[in-house]
Ligand binder design. Structure first.
Ligand SMILES: [Ca+2]
Ligand SMILES: [Ca+2]
Ligand SMILES: [Ca+2]
Length: 257
């Protein structure tokens, strides 16, 4: 599928030597390992058999707030979720790992205090203005019916930006029958446009809010730096899924932010 207006434009760009430079740089695809990410807490790779779908290749980065505290519903770290269980860490450990100041995660919380969680981060350098994007799905056993203040949330950190809450368990969720979780958000897109040339540290994480019970997790994948030219062409094509490189791309179900 191709917008008829796109092909002549690509030909023109190729003539100008621009199209060949419009390649995305993978920051995190997790196909063969952690891609340089360091981690803290319950973090490991999952493949498509996990049941949530994987937007790029066959592997994504899984992070959770397991185990559940106080024995409620049992500790969910372990089979079938993780054969090599490592527990989520206290909020202070997360903040130290991410280079944050104590209280930064609480300040980003939609409701109450952050208790524990897991995170990963990586440093990268871009020599041109780029759009940084990632895809994420949040999966949870929290229920907003009786505990609306337990807003476990997914956040990002980026040099110069600090902590930003991206999605939480009160956002629209659908049943998640293919996974060990009750509900999920579907795959969401997070992006930073006009990221200036420089060296950055990107962090991603998931946290329990108010207590350590009822686990929430995310899978993050397809973290890439996309040349602004390519983004502009995608908008120009009006289809959102056309990539100059020509590789098929399964877009997120609910683009946001
Ligand atoms: Ca992947
Ligand atoms: Ca929770
Ligand atoms: Ca927990």
């Amino acid at each position: 599928m191709s917008n008829p207006l796109t092909r002549p434009l690509l030909a023109l760009l190729a003539t100008l030597g621009l199209a060949t430079s419009a390649q995305a740089t993978v920051v995190g695809g997790f196909e063969a390992g952690f891609d340089g990410f360091t981690t803290v807490g319950d973090v490991y790779r999952v493949d498509d058999s996990f049941g949530a779908g994987i937007p790029q290749g066959n592997w994504g980065l899984f992070m959770s707030t397991f185990p559940n505290g106080a024995g409620l519903l049992g500790p969910l770290t372990g089979t079938p979720i993780d054969q090599t269980a490592t527990p989520a860490v206290p909020v202070g450990t997360l903040e130290t790992f991410l280079g944050l100041t104590g209280g930064d995660l609480d300040a980003a919380s939609p409701t109450g205090a952050v208790v524990e969680g897991s995170a990963a981060q990586v440093a990268f350098t871009t020599t041109a203005t780029m759009t940084l994007r990632l895809e994420v799905i949040l999966l949870t056993n929290e229920t907003d019916a009786w505990a609306p203040a337990y807003t476990d949330f997914f956040f990002t950190t980026l040099t110069g930006e600090g902590v930003v809450e991206r999605t939480n368990v009160l956002d629209p969720l659908v049943a998640s029958p293919g996974t060990v979780f009750d509900r999920d958000t579907g795959w969401l897109l997070v992006e930073w446009v006009d990221l200036a040339p420089g060296t950055y540290t990107l962090g991603v994480g998931i946290v329990d809010v108010l207590d350590s019970d009822l686990g929430t997790a995310v899978i993050v994948d397809n973290i890439e730096l996309v040349p602004e030219l390519r983004v502009a062409l995608m908008l120009f094509a009006g289809l959102g899924g056309i990539w100059i490189a020509g590789s098929p791309h399964r877009g997120p179900r609910t683009p946001r932010r």
